[in-house]
Design a protein around this ligand. Structure first.
Ligand code: ATP
Ligand code: MG
Length: 455
């Protein structure tokens, strides 16, 4: 009998968690796609949020692959925040890769290679396979040890004997040293619900099941509790995984690496196009055989005006290739020169790429909106503010920048706590503002000093 258990192993989560945006849970739209004034950690910017909601729907319906979005707006108007919100809406199953335009300039790796890696990380392949597994709750577990062959003072597991049980079945198995080592590493004990891949020997921990005899339960456990499994211990299990093309590239490259090490050849700093080609071939085969499907993810490039012509040309080509991610760019530049050239172009982006992008503008916030955003950030960072402190921060948000006001929260909280206060006052905010400059101030200060030096 085939027991079907579906589970989705999430793709690699967003590669960089941006704590500046940790308060954002989604786009805050109702079921008609209309933006609620304040929801999911977002405030205002309704039109841009609704536009982003349409983009999310297009992505989910698979109608966005090979297309792009450009967020344009003044600094601190939530361009990066909205991109993060899109990622949250798409869920963990859709790869979302964050890069900054500045990131592509490295002395070690070619620009195009950095972008290519981002692209490959942003394309997921969902693969379904049926594996033979042993699954159940551990009711007995015992290890046998031997001395380490090279170090007699160290004991290593030789094998393990364990009993796995379900509601309907119970089976005692003996497993090899490799599996025993994994069991130890994962800290598997009585009461743990696990499954072992019968062919690869990979051990997976599902959770803990209550009420197993002689098992010790703690008040707080790092794993979640699961139900006692049913069916037989030896079974077939359908496993759904999402790999990215990059995962497969690295896997193939490491196999190649093993060979090159053997022959004393250095592995190039890049993944060769040969490897990528063979990965593409394999993936296409999976798709044709119905074993896998493409999950186009998002490649988000923040501060896109930092890219140069070569990078833009490369991106434009990528958008037309077989496996293309959804491209989201953001910039706060208007008419400006494309980096490294004298060519003026809107947002510093070449026209042939611009032609392929849907543009979503973000507009400056009102005072009320700035106040609401600061309030949400204060909650998120667990900073208690008096009403006057919130007003003062809102002043800074309006006069200087939202980013500045948001970043002042922590220092102000420290200033307050040093005085033994739980709540941040107006004075604490002002003190913090005296210690930390905003951009305008810091630039002006340096200008003043430069003039002194030149005299
Ligand atoms: N509508 C909003 N609701 C809630 N928080 C927001 C909103 N807009 C911006 N923020 C928060 O304000 C801060 C500044 O916004 P963000 O960094 O997204 O601006 P940006 O447009 O990307 O600016 P830049 O052009 O400088 O990159 C962040 O902490 C962000 O999470
Ligand atoms: Mg930004």
């Amino acid at each position: 009998m085939v027991i079907e258990i579906k589970e989705v192993k999430p793709a690699k989560p967003v590669s960089r968690r941006i704590s500046l945006h940790s308060h954002i849970r989604g786009l805050g739209l109702d079921d008609k796609g209309r933006a609620l004034k304040i929801a999911d950690g977002l405030v205002g910017q309704e039109e841009a949020r609704e536009a982003a909601g349409i983009v999310v729907q297009m992505i989910k319906e698979g109608k966005m692959a090979g297309k792009g979005i450009l967020f344009v707006g003044p600094p601190g108007t939530g361009k990066t925040a909205l991109a993060v919100a899109i990622a949250r809406e798409l869920g963990e199953d859709t790869p979302f890769v964050v890069m900054s335009g500045a990131e592509i300039y490295s002395t070690e790796v070619k620009k195009t290679e950095v972008i290519m890696r981002g692209v490959r990380k942003a394309i997921g392949i969902r693969v379904r396979e049926v594996r033979k597994v042993y699954e159940g709750v551990v009711t007995q577990i015992k290890f046998a040890y031997v001395r380490h062959p090279f170090n007699p003072y160290v004991r290593v597991p030789r094998e393990a004997r364990l009993t796995l049980a379900t509601k309907d079945d119970s089976l005692t198995i003996t497993v090899s040293d490799e599996i025993a080592t994994q069991l130890i590493r994962l800290g598997v004990r009585r009461g743990d619900h696990i499954w072992i891949d019968a062919e690869t020997g990979v051990v997976n921990k599902v959770g803990r099941v209550k009420g197993i005899e002689k098992a010790k339960y703690y008040d707080i456990e790092p794993t979640r509790y699961s139900e006692m499994p049913t069916g037989s211990v030896k079974r077939e299990k359908e496993i759904v995984r999402v790999f990215t093309l990059h995962d497969l590239d690295v896997y193939f490259a490491s196999q190649r690496l093993a060979l090159t090490e053997l022959f004393g050849i250095e592995l190039e700093k890049e993944i060769s196009s040969d490897i990528r080609k063979s990965v593409d071939e394999l993936v296409k085969k999976w798709i044709n055989e119905g074993k896998g499907e493409v999950v186009p993810g998002v490649l988000f490039i923040d501060d896109a005006h930092l890219l140069d012509l070569e990078a833009f040309a490369f991106l434009t080509r990528i958008l037309e290739s077989e496996f293309a991610p959804i491209l989201i760019l953001a910039t706060n530049r208007g008419m400006t020169k494309i980096r490294g050239t004298d060519i003026e172009s809107p947002h510093g982006i070449p026209l042939d790429l611009l032609d392929r992008l849907l543009i979503i503008p973000t507009r400056p916030y009102t005072r009320e909106e700035i106040r609401d955003i600061i309030k949400i950030r204060a909650d998120e960072e667990e900073v208690l503010l008096t009403d006057e402190a919130l007003e003062r921060l809102t002043d800074y948000g309006v006069e200087r920048s939202l980013r500045y006001a948001v970043q002042l929260l922590r220092p102000a909280a420290i200033v307050a706590s040093r005085k033994g206060k739980v709540k941040v006052d107006k004075e604490d905010v002002e003190e913090a503002a005296k210690l930390f400059a905003d951009l305008k101030q810091s630039v002006e200060m340096l200008k003043k000093y430069e003039e002194l030096f030149l005299k």
